[in-house]
Design a protein around this ligand. Structure first.
Ligand SMILES: [Zn+2]
Length: 166
């Protein structure tokens, strides 16, 4: 490369003249560098925008699931709150009717069911509901034994059914 100032030969990759320190390649590289990234950028931009455009496409997929569960939750909070009130009212009724035992078992089961259903897990709540009502029935009728075996069998059936569902 010939120096424009002193017109002596310099290495091809030299940026400054090794003899007079005049700038050799800087004006050339500036002219070359500016359009090269600019072209690269403009050609890459549509490529980058294509995946960027397809990326939002999967995003709407979880989006409908959020209103779906939100709809479930929106329905039930008052039910969850009601379970606490239901328990107190039920407790009072049981005392009044002198059927505290085994009525308390039914009350616990129903309250647990309402509470779980309030969280949108009615399936989970079904087992304690059946268990406590069944237990109350067994205590009330004096068939604890062997009725408890039948009850536990029903619970196992419900549990396996629930497992297959989820
Ligand atoms: Zn020079």
């Amino acid at each position: 490369m010939t120096c424009p100032a002193c017109e002596r030969n310099n290495p091809a990759d030299a940026r400054f003249c090794i003899y007079c320190s005049a700038q050799l390649t800087a004006p050339e590289t500036v002219v070359q560098d500016v359009p090269t990234p600019a072209v690269g950028a403009t050609t890459r931009l549509p490529e980058a925008s294509v995946p960027a455009y397809t990326m939002p496409a999967p995003a709407p997929m979880p989006a409908p699931a959020v209103p779906h569960t939100a709809g479930h939750i929106r329905h039930f909070p008052h039910l969850n709150q009601a379970s606490g009130a239901f328990f107190l009212i039920g407790l009072g009724v049981l005392f009044l009717t002198n059927s505290f035992w085994p009525g308390i078992l039914v009350l616990i089961g129903v309250t647990a069911f309402l509470s779980e259903a309030g969280k949108g897990r009615a399936n989970n709540a079904l087992m304690p509901l059946v268990f406590f009502i069944g237990l109350a029935f067994l205590f009330g009728t004096g068939m604890i034994w062997p009725g408890i075996l039948i009850l536990l069998g029903i619970m196992a059936l419900l549990g396996s059914k629930r497992g297959s569902c989820s």
